[in-house]
Design a protein around this ligand. Structure first.
Ligand SMILES: Nc1ncnc2c1ncn2[C@@H]1O[C@H](COP(=O)(O)OP(=O)(O)OP(=O)(O)O)[C@@H](O)[C@H]1O
Ligand SMILES: [Mg+2]
Length: 467
């Protein structure tokens, strides 16, 4: 659209057309006139209009019907209806069919100009809202990931930066935190997106199969190798190789992969020819690899080769502010939810979702929402089905009520705070004390006073004192 909004006047009365044309031409508007429905449609196909002023009767034809057609085919064009002789029924009908306003004949120039300005202002405001909504979307999302958590927003900008180069990336995070999604984002937002994204789950295959899967083989390399076969690494040439659950790779395989990463070339099993591969490598793990190196379960040289740039995805319980955002994303993208026009959650459902710890993170939230969508009646999700295990119980606690004396209230809040802190640091006293800015002895005393036990928050011996 040009800088001046374009208006369309549709009326079979030449006097009115001329009057309006003259009026609008004296203003910062462009204007076209039509004396019939067909002429109006021609104009509409040819130019981008901001607004149409349509007479209720056009050469025996129904202007209201034209209004409806305009709203259907050119929803961005607003319509003001011009109705004759104070016919209020026509005006009401026109508004029902999507006109934004109506003017009754005979009219004053001033009246027309005000109505036109009002309609254009409203439009501009709507465009502005749409623009802001878009911006918000852009700000809180990257590729298919959404988040409004500060740490995650930093992850997004890191991923965006990584997409632009070829450096090897190690993505860490608990199960279901979005590691695969993040690695896809790196690939599909980057210059290698026209190459393949080759994902290999290292845990899914026994060592010998993993090797032939990765490296491919030549005919006769082993019994059963009746044809040549291109491996995943070669497939990733020009693209990205995603090594999922990289911690499960055996030491001998680590050595072989290390050589590939260093030389950027492979030999197929049973082959003796070097084949160059130009690929970006992204590895993912939900283990602490540094610890595995310390324990001698991962080669140090391999670790350093894959851990060039680490990206950590925080668990969902550390970004509860993302739960509403994710839930609305799931509702928006779920066909059944759209069909059912599900767009609300009861307070109970919201409380359930935010009190739970989400050990399975976003994948678990997605599954819980899917079940809730299936069961929901009406436009509201009334409750969700989350496990009430040990984790959930100890955090739910009694609801703090304002009816309590202040001292009781504060006591409850302190217990709640400590419990969440212990959960976050998996019972580690040192990091809890640090975050709470108290010394460890004080923290110990408070935990004891509330009848909590740091040990209850430790998982299989992990998260001990020293963490
Ligand atoms: N930030 C996010 N926004 C929207 N959806 C997300 C986000 N993060 C993860 N998901 C969704 O959650 C699910 C799990 O993500 P993904 O498979 O990437 O996790 P993962 O860390 O690889 O899990 P695992 O360790 O179990 O393999 C997917 O359905 C994914 O689309
Ligand atoms: Mg995964």
């Amino acid at each position: 659209m040009g800088s001046e909004p374009r208006l369309l006047v549709v009326d079979d009365d030449a006097l009115i057309r001329d009057e309006l044309e003259g009026l609008f031409a004296s203003q910062p508007y462009q204007v076209n006139c039509a004396e019939s429905v067909n002429e109006a449609l021609d104009h509409l196909s040819e130019h981008e209009f901001a607004l149409a002023l349509v007479d209720v009767r056009i050469g025996g034809k129904d202007g209201i019907e034209l209004t409806q057609r305009i709203r259907d085919r050119w929803p961005e064009v607003d319509v003001i209806m011009i109705t004759g002789h104070g016919s209020i029924e026509n005006a009401v009908e026109a508004m029902k069919r999507g006109a934004v306003d109506y003017i009754t004949k005979p009219f004053q120039s001033e009246e027309i100009l005000i109505a036109t300005q009002k309609a254009l202002d409203r439009r501009r405001m709507q465009e502005e809202i749409e623009y802001l909504r878009q911006q918000l979307q852009d700000r809180y999302s990257f590729a298919n990931m959404v988040s409004r958590n500060a740490e995650m927003l930093e992850v997004f900008s890191t991923l965006e930066m990584l997409a632009r180069n070829d450096v090897t990336v190690l993505i860490t995070g608990e199960s279901g935190t979005g590691k695969e999604l993040a690695s896809r984002a790196i690939h599909f937002q980057g210059k290698r997106k026209s190459g393949r994204f080759v994902a290999i789950n290292c845990a899914a295959l026994p060592e010998n199969l993993l090797e032939s899967e990765l490296f491919g083989y030549e005919r006769g390399a082993f019994t059963g190798a009746v044809t040549d076969r291109v491996g995943k690494i070669e497939h990733a040439d020009g693209g990205t190789l995603f090594l999922d659950e990289v911690e499960t790779i055996s030491a001998p395989m680590q050595a072989k992969l290390l050589r590939v990463l260093e030389e950027r070339a492979i030999e197929r099993l049973g082959g003796n020819q070097k084949i160059d591969v130009d690929m970006r490598v992204v590895a993912a793990t939900n283990e602490n690899l540094e610890k595995l190196v310390e324990e001698g379960r991962m080669r140090e040289d391999f670790y350093y080769r894959i851990n060039v740039v680490p990206v950590h995805l925080p668990p969902l319980r550390e970004r509860v502010e993302d739960i509403p955002l994710l839930v609305s994303e799931f509702l928006r993208n779920n066909p059944l939810a759209r069909e059912k026009a599900l767009n609300r959650l009861s307070e109970k459902a919201v409380n359930q979702l935010t009190a739970y710890e989400w050990p399975g993170n976003i994948r678990e939230l997605s599954n819980v929402m899917e079940r809730a969508i299936l069961r929901a009646k009406g436009d509201t999700i009334r409750e969700v089905d989350v496990p009430t295990g040990k984790m959930a119980e100890r955090n739910a606690g009694p609801k703090l009520s304002y009816d309590l004396p202040l001292r009781e209230y504060l006591k409850g809040a302190e217990r709640d705070y400590l419990s969440r802190l212990l959960t976050k640091h998996q019972g580690g006293i040192a990091p809890c004390a640090k975050q709470a800015s108290v010394d460890q002895a004080t923290l110990h005393r408070k935990i004891k006073a509330h009848g909590l036990k740091a040990n209850d928050y430790r998982q299989n011996g992990k998260g001990g004192e020293g963490r």
